[in-house]
Write a protein that binds this ligand. Sequence first.
Ligand SMILES: Cc1cc2nc3c(=O)[nH]c(=O)nc-3n(C[C@H](O)[C@H](O)[C@H](O)COP(=O)(O)OP(=O)(O)OC[C@H]3O[C@@H](n4cnc5c(N)ncnc54)[C@H](O)[C@@H]3O)c2cc1C
Length: 432
Amino acid sequence: MTVHDVIGIGFGPANLALAIALEEQQIGLDVRFLDARAEPAWQPGMLLSGSDIQNHPSRDLVSLRNPRSRYSFLNYLFENGRLLEHLNLPAEFPLRKEYARYITWAARHFDHVVDYGRRAADVRVVEHDGETLYSVTAQTGEAYLGRSLIAAPGRTPYLPAPFQTADSRRIFHLTDYLFRLEELTADGAPESVAVIGGSQSAAELTLDLAHRFPGTRVRNLVRSFSLRLKDTSPFSELGYFPEFTEYYHQVTPEARRRLDTYMHATNYSSVDGDVLKELYLLIYEQRLDGDQKVFVDGNIQATAAREENGEAVLELREVNTGAVETDSFDLVVVATGFRDLGPREDQELWPAMLAGVAHRFRTEETGALHVNGDYSLEARGEYADSPPLFLNGLCESSHGIGDAGSFSLLSLRAQTLLDGVLKRTGTAPAAV
Ligand SMILES: Cc1cc2nc3c(=O)[nH]c(=O)nc-3n(C[C@H](O)[C@H](O)[C@H](O)COP(=O)(O)OP(=O)(O)OC[C@H]3O[C@@H](n4cnc5c(N)ncnc54)[C@H](O)[C@@H]3O)c2cc1C
């Protein structure tokens, strides 16, 4: 069996940025990436018409690390003959669809080091020919051996309690949106749909449903008062700078929680101004016409969810008055985000696929994995022989908001990780 220097689990933007850094710095490591998808794709279930990206387009796979890289978004536009046309767009941010094509274009250059259609199901430490290695087994049965591991599976979708256990294809996380729509609305428009959550995605989904199915009743159910404006202050955006990442990593857990509270509205439970305005205006006009189809209902929490007679039935509670109601929908889209590393109900101590090796590594008092500055995990004394293991794209709780699974610092993080891999595997960087 081939022993790879590095096995990368997941080939989304995080590990793709790393693969590019490896290529550009001509580092002669034998690296093999596995990805669960059949082909490269970026958030394919949420490529909504008209939706734009949330990051400056030059905070792409490479530019902060290497502005001369051929894998920049600008060069993608150039090589595909759309640079001038794109620069002439009357839009602040590129369409999400176009950015997804950029990611796929970049990923296709690395087909020779990626095995698609391989979901890593189990990770173990094994002895092999006198070496201590990671053995990664894919759901399809193939096994891979590596001297180090970089886990970049993206964050795990989070569904709050009543939705987690609801055994219904009509109730699903936003990452499945377009796929479930195709499956469940083939015979015609749904009569009613609920969108759960007060996030950017929730507001985008509500608008998308309103445009896609003008006759459908769409209820956006928000637990807090209503939809809040995203904090886009350039001062708050300093949280997406590498200096903040370093600062955050050094301070105490209490200080981190304080910073989290401040940063929350820059990324969570908040919506861009243009989307809020469009949604508010749409509802106003429907009311003016005496035909309201779209509702944003705040202070509502779902307490139970089930499928009954081909419908998704929700028990709803007004969080301040305690009033209860039951409502039925053809579809329920749960837009309540993703899990970070941590002990809370909406977090996870580690990604499930690392269950077989997590006990080898130091944890915080909370029980969540301790992550070093270079994104490596720290082996416990009795497991000091553990090969290096890195987390890529999962480290908001240790590295702050810039690591909230976004593009913001992806390219710089690739360099930090790469330096960490070279140091911890004892590999010298090649002279470029
Ligand atoms: C709807 C939506 C819109 C977003 N828009 C933006 C935006 O505009 N700007 C921004 O900065 N961020 C945005 N984000 C955040 C987004 O998470 C990042 O942009 C980016 O996708 C993170 O890259 P990643 O590689 O860490 O994770 P992902 O993109 O999730 O990629 C993870 C990859 O790992 C694979 N994988 C998962 N588990 C396994 C396994 N067990 N074995 C093998 N492969 C596996 C998956 O198939 C996937 O290809 C958005 C997120 C969502 C959900």
